[in-house]
Design a protein around this ligand. Structure first.
Ligand SMILES: *[C@@H]1O[C@H](CO)[C@@H](O)[C@H](O)[C@H]1NC(C)=O
Ligand SMILES: *[C@@H]1O[C@H](CO)[C@@H](O)[C@H](O)[C@H]1NC(C)=O
Ligand SMILES: *[C@@H]1O[C@H](CO)[C@@H](O)[C@H](O)[C@H]1NC(C)=O
Ligand SMILES: *[C@@H]1O[C@H](CO)[C@@H](O)[C@H](O)[C@H]1NC(C)=O
Ligand SMILES: *[C@@H]1O[C@H](CO)[C@@H](O)[C@H](O)[C@H]1NC(C)=O
Ligand SMILES: *[C@@H]1O[C@H](CO)[C@@H](O)[C@H](O)[C@H]1NC(C)=O
Ligand SMILES: *[C@@H]1O[C@H](CO)[C@@H](O)[C@H](O)[C@H]1NC(C)=O
Length: 924
C-alpha cells in the first residue's frame, strides 16, 4: 500500500481535535526517538564515598578510573563534559563512537546510570510583542497587576526586596547593558556574574555546532533570558513603571542557549552544578522538553540540588492543550518547584474614540490598534439588536456603499468571516462585531479589519445609528491602549500551561504564578522592553518570590527546604471558570494554586506537608497525616474542611473514539486518546474523613491530623480520572491548605501503544519500507542506501521501558497486539536477551535473535504534528544494538513497551507487537 495523504481517515475532521499527520511529516532518512541525541550519553558513577576502598581518593581519580575501564573494554569515546560535584553528580557526558557500546558501559562496575543526552528545545514564549516606546499602543497603564494578584506589592511596601539573595538563571543570556537591569556586569552590578556555556552561534538544530564557552553571558540577539531577568529583577523608576519581584536580589546568568536553536541536557547539568558552586541560593529554569518522568538527568540533578536547601524553580511547560500527564522535564524534578501560569487579571486591549456625542471610549478585543485612519461614521447591518443571524446572508440590494463606514454587526449563527465577507461585498472593510452573550474574547476574523466589542456597546451604537444620530468613530494609533480587567480568563490557569501529574503520580506543577501578558525587559538592540506570555514568565516570578522569602528569613537550608510547602499551604485556590466559580480547577494543572507571597512570608502557622500524594488505585495511599504548628504568640482555634477540585477526565472514552473515528472496529479495545486541554472536569469528588475537624493549638504547639481518603465512585476508570482538591485549615483570621491528588484508576491498565489507524490511516505500529510504503507483507531489505525498514509508532501513554528486538520469522510468541499474518510455529534456540536487572521472571524466556533498540522513560506522544506526535525508529544498517552483524535471514521485529508501574521482569506487564516478516538480504 502506497502512502498517500488521502488515506487519512476523513472522520478526523470531526469534533475530536485529533490531528491526523500528513505522511510527509515522516522523514525516512532520520533516525532517533523523541528528543534523544544519537551517540551521546551522560554517565554517572559512584561517589568516592560509595566505594569503601576509595573513600580517600580524589574525585579526579574517579574520572580516570571511568575512562580507563572504558578504554579497557575497547569503547571508543570522546569526553564532552566532566561533572564533578560531590553529593550531587559525578560523571561525564561522552560521545560514543558506537551507540551500541552503551550496553557495555551499562555493565561496568561503579556505574550509577547511563542516560542518553536529550535535546531541550529553545524557549518559545506563547506570544511576544516588542515594545517601541512609552506611547506604544500595546502597553496598558497598569502593569503591576501581577504584583497585586500575588501580594508582592504589600511586601515591596514593607521594603522586602530580596536584598542579599543570589539567583542563578539558566537561559539564553541577558542584556545587562539595559539600564533597567543595572547597565553593567560584574561585582557591584545587578548581574554579578555567570557564564556562557555555548556562545552566540550555538544552535543544535544545525547539527555539528560545538559550544564556544566564555565568561560573558551577554545576549543581544535572543531576548528570552533578558525578559526572564526583568520579571525577577527589573529596577523600578523606568519609563514603563514596572519592577521585578525581587529587584534588590543579585543575578548570575548561565547562558545555555545560543541566539537560536536548541540545547542539550548535559549543558543544563553543567550549568546547574556551576550555579551551585557559585553560591546561588536559588536556581531558575524557564525551559524544558516533553517527558512526564521524574527520572530525566536534568530532573534528577535539580531534585538533588533542591534537597540541599536551595530553591529550584522550573517552568511546567506550555503544552496545556495536549492534555494531562504532559509535564516537561526538568519540571518533573521531585523536590523542585514546578511553576504553572495564571492569566493576568488585566489584558492590554484597544479603545475606539466616539465622536458626535458625549460617550466614553469603547474597548475592542485587540492588543494592537486596528490600522484605521481618520474618523468614520457607522452603519449597522440591522437595527434589531436581538437579530440572531445578522449579516449571515448577503446584505440587501439597497445597502449603500459601505467603504466609508465602520460597519456594526451582531455576533451569532454563522462565522465572523462569513459576516465580514457579506459586508465586504458591499464595499465595507472596517467592522466591529458586538457580542451576543457568547463572551468578550479574541475572535477569528481572517484577514479582515475587524474586532469584537461588548454587547452593551453594540446596542448603544446600533440605537444611536437607528435614531439617526451623527455619530462617528476613530481608532487612535497611539494612546488607545487600555488595561482591561480580564473577566474571562483573568486569574484562571493559562490555557497554555501544561498539565501533570508525572507518570509516577507526583503532582507537577506545585504552584502557579502570573505568566500571561507580562511586560518586562528586552535586549537594548531589540527594543529594551517586550510583552510575553508563557510558563517561562511565571517561573522567574516564583524565583523572585523565593528571593523575597530568603531575603526576609535568611538563606539557610532550613528556609529553602520548607519553601515549597510554605508556598503551597498559603496559595490561593483557582477556579476552573470565572463565571460559574465551580468546580475548582484540577490540581493537575494549578498545583496548589496561585502563589500568595504576602501570606507565605507572614504565615504564623506552619502546615506540613503541602502535598498529599495518593497515587493510583493499585498503590492507593489513602491515609495521610499532616501537622499544624502555631508559630504565633496566641492560641489559635482551627476548623478542618474538604474543598474538592474538579476531577480531570484524562482520556476520551474509547467507545466514542471508535464509533466516530474508526467505523471499522479492527481491534476490540480501541485506542484511548487524550482529552485536549482544557481537560473536562467531573464533579464526582473524593470523600475525606478527618481525625479532628476542629482543634485549638497553643503557641509553639503542633497538632497532627489524619485524613482518610476514598476515591470518587461512578467514574469510568478507562478515562483515567485524576481526582484532587484541598483540605482547608482555617481560623477566623487565617486560612491554610493541604493539597491532594490521586488517580481513580490503576495506571497499569493505561494503554501504552497506539494500535489505531487514526493518525496515518493504517493500524499502528507499522513498518515503512524503502520507498515509503507501509509494509504489511514479507519484504526484503538490502540495507544499502535507503533500502532499510523504519518502525512508525505512537505512544498513547509514557513507558518506563521500550525495546525492539529482532526475532525469528516463525517465533512462537503471542503478542498482545495482533498481527495479521502470524502463525504459531516451531521455536528456534538462539541467544536469549534479558535486561541487566532481570534475574528470572518470565520475561527472559522470549527467544530473540538480538536486540535492536532500547530506551527508558519515554514520554507519551501528543496529537499534534510538532515533533511530539509520533516516533519513527529507523534501522539503516544490518546491525544489532550490540554492534554485531545481523546474519541474512528471515525475521520479525518484536516491539515491547512496559506499562506504567509494570514489573520489568514480567512479560505480562508489557504490550507487544510483532512486525510482518523482514528479510535481511545484505550484500555485505
Ligand atoms: C478605554 O475605555 C474604557 C471604557 O470606556 C475606559 O474605562 C478607559 O479609561 C479607556 N482607556 C483609555 C486609555 O482611553
Ligand atoms: C494611515 O495613514 C498613514 C499616514 O498617512 C499611512 O502611512 C497609512 O498607510 C494609512 N493607513 C491606512 C490603513 O490607510
Ligand atoms: C484573505 O483571505 C482569503 C481567504 O482566506 C484569501 O483568499 C485572500 O487572498 C486574502 N486576502 C488578502 C488581502 O490577504
Ligand atoms: C506510586 O506508586 C508507584 C508504584 O509503586 C511508585 O513507583 C510511585 O513512586 C508512587 N508515587 C508516589 C507519588 O508515591
Ligand atoms: C465558563 O463557563 C461558561 C458557561 O458554563 C463557558 O461558556 C465558558 O467557556 C467557561 N469559561 C472557561 C474559561 O472555561
Ligand atoms: C504514603 O504516603 C506517606 C505520607 O505521604 C509516605 O511517607 C509513604 O512513603 C507513602 N507510601 C507509599 C507506599 O508510597
Ligand atoms: C516562627 O516565628 C519566628 C518569630 O517570629 C520566626 O523567626 C520564624 O521564622 C518562624 N518560623 C517559621 C518556620 O516561619
Amino acid at each position: 500500500m502506497k502512502l498517500l495523504t488521502s488515506f487519512l481517515v476523513p472522520a478526523l475532521t470531526a469534533a475530536h481535535a485529533l490531528a491526523a499527520f500528513p505522511f510527509s511529516s515522516v522523514k525516512k532518512e532520520t533516525a532517533g526517538f523523541g528528543n534523544i541525541v544519537p551517540n551521546r550519553f551522560i554517565i554517572e558513577v559512584d561517589e568516592p564515598a560509595d566505594i569503601p576502598s576509595r573513600r580517600s581518593l580524589d574525585p579526579r581519580t574517579v574520572h580516570e578510573t571511568l575512562y580507563d575501564s572504558l578504554r579497557k573494554r575497547g569503547v571508543g569515546f570522546k569526553v564532552d563534559r566532566e561533572f564533578n560535584s560531590e553529593g550531587l553528580f559525578i560523571g561525564a557526558a561522552v560521545t560514543l563512537q558506537d551507540a551500541q557500546d552503551a550496553m557495555t558501559v551499562l555493565r561496568m562496575s561503579g556505574l550509577k546510570a547511563i542516560r542518553p543526552v536529550v535535546k531541550i528545545p529553545a524557549p518559545k514564549p506563547v506570544s511576544i510583542h516588542i515594545v517601541t516606546d512609552v506611547n506604544d499602543p500595546a502597553i496598558p497603564a497598569d502593569t503591576e497587576s501581577t504584583h497585586v494578584m500575588t501580594g508582592v506589592d504589600k511586601l515591596h511596601a514593607q521594603g522586602i526586596l530580596g536584598k542579599g539573595v543570589k539567583v542563578g538563571i539558566l537561559d539564553t543570556g541577558v542584556d545587562y547593558t539595559n539600564p533597567v537591569l543595572g547597565g553593567g556586569f560584574g561585582p557591584g552590578f545587578k548581574v554579578i556574574g555567570g557564564f556562557d556555556f555555548v556562545g552566540d552561534a550555538y544552535t543544535l538544530d544545525e547539527g555539528s555546532n560545538t559550544p564556544v564557552p566564555d565568561d560573558d553571558p551577554l545576549d543581544q540577539c535572543n531576548g528570552h533570558g533578558t525578559h526572564v531577568s526583568g520579571i525577577l529583577g527589573a529596577n523600578p523608576g523606568n519609563e514603563f513603571n514596572i519592577s521585578g519581584v525581587a529587584y534588590e536580589a543579585s543575578i548570575n546568568m548561565y547562558r545555555i542557549f545560543g541566539c537560536t536553536g536548541d540545547t542539550t541536557d548535559d549543558v543544563i547539568i553543567d550549568a546547574l552544578l556551576r550555579g551551585v558552586s557559585d553560591g546561588n541560593d536559588i536556581l531558575t529554569m524557564s525551559l524544558g522538553g516533553s517527558s512526564g518522568w521524574t527520572e530525566d538527568t536534568g530532573s534528577v540533578v535539580s531534585s538533588r540540588i533542591a534537597a540541599t536547601g536551595k530553591i529550584v524553580t522550573i517552568a511546567t511547560g506550555n503544552d496545556g492543550t495536549k492534555g494531562t500527564f504532559f509535564t516537561s522535564a526538568p519540571a518533573t524534578a521531585i523536590n523542585a518547584i514546578a511553576v504553572a501560569s495564571v492569566d493576568n487579571i488585566v489584558i492590554p486591549l484597544q479603545n475606539v474614540t466616539v465622536h458626535g456625542i458625549q460617550h466614553d471610549p469603547i474597548t475592542y478585543f485587540s492588543t494592537f490598534p486596528l490600522p484605521v485612519n481618520g474618523t468614520l461614521p457607522i452603519f449597522a447591518t440591522s437595527t434589531d439588536t436581538t437579530v440572531v443571524d445578522d449579516a449571515c446572508d448577503p446584505l440587501p440590494d439597497d445597502t449603500p456603499d459601505l467603504s466609508q463606514f465602520v460597519v456594526i454587526v451582531r455576533r451569532g449563527t454563522c462565522t465572523f468571516v462569513q459576516k465580514l465577507t457579506n459586508v465586504a461585498a458591499k464595499g465595507g472593510n472596517i467592522s466591529l462585531i458586538y457580542d451576543d452573550g457568547a463572551g468578550f474574547e479574541a475572535i477569528d476574523v481572517g484577514n479582515f479589519t475587524s474586532s469584537l466589542i461588548q454587547g452593551d456597546d453594540g446596542v448603544f451604537l446600533v440605537s444611536e445609528f437607528a435614531s439617526g444620530a451623527n455619530i462617528s468613530l476613530s481608532f487612535p494609533q497611539v494612546g488607545g491602549s487600555t488595561g482591561f480587567p480580564d473577566s474571562t480568563t483573568g486569574g484562571l490557569v493559562s490555557s497554555f500551561s501544561s498539565y501533570g501529574p508525572s507518570n509516577d503520580m507526583f503532582f507537577k506543577p506545585a504552584v502557579a504564578a502570573p505568566g500571561g501578558n507580562i511586560l518586562s525587559t528586552f535586549p537594548v538592540p531589540l527594543g529594551s522592553f517586550a510583552l510575553e506570555s508563557g510558563t517561562s514568565m511565571a517561573t522567574p516570578f516564583m524565583a523572585g518570590v523565593s528571593a523575597l522569602l530568603f531575603g526576609l528569613k535568611g538563606t539557610s537550608p532550613e528556609v529553602g527546604l520548607g519553601a515549597r510547602t510554605l508556598f503551597e499551604t498559603t496559595a490561593q485556590r483557582i477556579s476552573s471558570n470565572v463565571t460559574d466559580g465551580v468546580p475548582l480547577q484540577s490540581v493537575a494543572v494549578q498545583g496548589a494554586g496561585l502563589v500568595n507571597a504576602f501570606n507565605a512570608l507572614t504565615a504564623e502557622t506552619i502546615v506540613s506537608p503541602g502535598e498529599l500524594l495518593l497515587n493510583d488505585t493499585a498503590h492507593f495511599n489513602g491515609t495521610q497525616k499532616f501537622t499544624v504548628k502555631n508559630n504565633g504568640t496566641a492560641a489559635k482555634k482551627f476548623t478542618v474542611s474538604h474543598i474538592p477540585a474538579g476531577t480531570a477526565l484524562s482520556l476520551q472514552p474509547v467507545c466514542i473514539t471508535l464509533c466516530e473515528v474508526s467505523m471499522t472496529q479492527k481491534w476490540p479495545q480501541g485506542t484511548p486518546f487524550p482529552e485536549d486541554g482544557p481537560v473536562p472536569l467531573s464533579t464526582q469528588f473524593a470523600t475525606v474523613k478527618f481525625s479532628e475537624t476542629s482543634f485549638t493549638v497553643h503557641p509553639g504547639q503542633t497538632q497532627e491530623i489524619t485524613a482518610h481518603f476514598t476515591p470518587p465512585t461512578g467514574l469510568d476508570p478507562s478515562v483515567l480520572p485524576i481526582f484532587s482538591g484541598f483540605i482547608e485549615i482555617a481560623s477566623t483570621t487565617e486560612s491554610y491548605q493541604v493539597t491532594y491528588l490521586g488517580l481513580a484508576a490503576s495506571l497499569i491498565n493505561a494503554q501504552v501503544v497506539d494500535t489505531s489507524d487514526v493518525f496515518f490511516g493504517v493500524d499502528l505500529p507499522v513498518i515503512i519500507d524503502a520507498s515509503g510504503n507501509f509494509q504489511n507483507t514479507t519484504t526484503n531489505y538490502t540495507f544499502v542506501g535507503a533500502d532499510f525498514p523504519s518502525l512508525l509508532l505512537r505512544l498513547t501513554f509514557g513507558t518506563p521501558e521500550l525495546r525492539i528486538d529482532l526475532v525469528d520469522a516463525d517465533i512462537n510468541f503471542k503478542p498482545t497486539i495482533p498481527t495479521r499474518d502470524i502463525d504459531t510455529r516451531h521455536v528456534f534456540e538462539r541467544e536469549t536477551f534479558s535486561f541487566p536487572q532481570a534475574s528470572g521472571g518470565s520475561f527472559a524466556q522470549v527467544k530473540i535473535a538480538g536486540p535492536l533498540f532500547e530506551a527508558d522513560f519515554l514520554p507519551r506522544n501528543s496529537d499534534v504534528d510538532d515533533g511530539t506526535g509520533f516516533e519513527e525508529v529507523t534501522f539503516s544498517g544490518a546491525f544489532f544494538s550490540n554492534g554485531t552483524t545481523i546474519p541474512n535471514g528471515s525475521y520479525r521485529f518484536l516491539l515491547r513497551a512496559l506499562k506504567v508501574t509494570g514489573d520489568p521482569v514480567n512479560e505480562a506487564d508489557f504490550e507487544s507487537w510483532l512486525s510482518p516478516i523482514i528479510g535481511v538480504d545484505s550484500p555485505a
